[in-house]
Design a protein around this ligand. Sequence first.
Ligand SMILES: NC(=O)c1ccc[n+]([C@@H]2O[C@H](COP(=O)([O-])OP(=O)(O)OC[C@H]3O[C@@H](n4cnc5c(N)ncnc54)[C@H](OP(=O)(O)O)[C@@H]3O)[C@@H](O)[C@H]2O)c1
Length: 257
Amino acid sequence: MPPITGHSVLIIGGTSGIGFAVAKLALAAGASRVAIASSNSTRIKTALQDLRSEFPNAQILGHECDLSHDDVEDRLETLFMEVTATADHDDDDSFLLDHIIYTAGRPVVKPIHDITLPFIHQSGHLSFVAPLLVAKLTPRFIKSRYTSSLIFTTGRISEKPTPGWSIVASFATGLHGMTRNLAVDLKPVRVNLVSPGATDTELWGANREKIKEAMAKDSLLGKVGTAEEVAEAYIYLMKDTNATGACVSTSGGILLQ
Ligand SMILES: NC(=O)c1ccc[n+]([C@@H]2O[C@H](COP(=O)([O-])OP(=O)(O)OC[C@H]3O[C@@H](n4cnc5c(N)ncnc54)[C@H](OP(=O)(O)O)[C@@H]3O)[C@@H](O)[C@H]2O)c1
């Protein structure tokens, strides 16, 4: 498959978990410029230290961008302008990005009888609204060719229902349709989706070990996914210049159970 050597990659949600693992694998695969963005400056600093010590020759940048607010479009535009402004302007489009990865998210689960209109809006903000606005801005900040790609993140809830998860599932499943239609609207830039199953990351919070054990016990492979395993799907989608409007599921066989 075509390499991503020398490519420029922005990972929104790149300070921990799956996004951080994508940053590491992209650098290991030869990406020369990687920018990570998240809402928390301390986490950005720590992630940058880790990445820079492992990849001292790459250009690695961190950007603070909290997407949870109503002015999310302005914040995204500022982020894209900052990321592309730090690049060299050698030839025409070399300052633009090759890949934009979106892994930001923090699902909140509420039973259907407890939901309210503000809760529905709030639930979709980071998982659905922000990705659409990223897509709107993408053509201005990405190289307009089929080697470029935009990759979103959904989850196995979009493919297999779980009691109590209707709101999260609604937006997660919507991302499949969004991805397919954006692949048409943003061509020649490719637009794809990754659907992780239970993955051992910081997202699980204080109960991480307990969740890991319980999920592993119930799973087909007897284990949960690691962030590094799931990150391989993003690297594949960056490299496969024939893939667009596609979803890669990396969920340890949960869909078969
Ligand atoms: N882990 C799983 O089991 C699993 C399964 C299926 C799907 N997923 C999905 O995969 C995606 C990545 O999850 P993960 O497990 O890697 O979680 P994670 O380790 O918590 O990473 C989430 C990333 O999103 C960033 N983020 C959160 N709120 C943000 C905001 N308001 N503005 C900007 N950035 C924000 C976080 O950074 P800051 O906190 O610094 O802002 C972090 O970099 C999520 O959408 C999640 O729903 C995860």
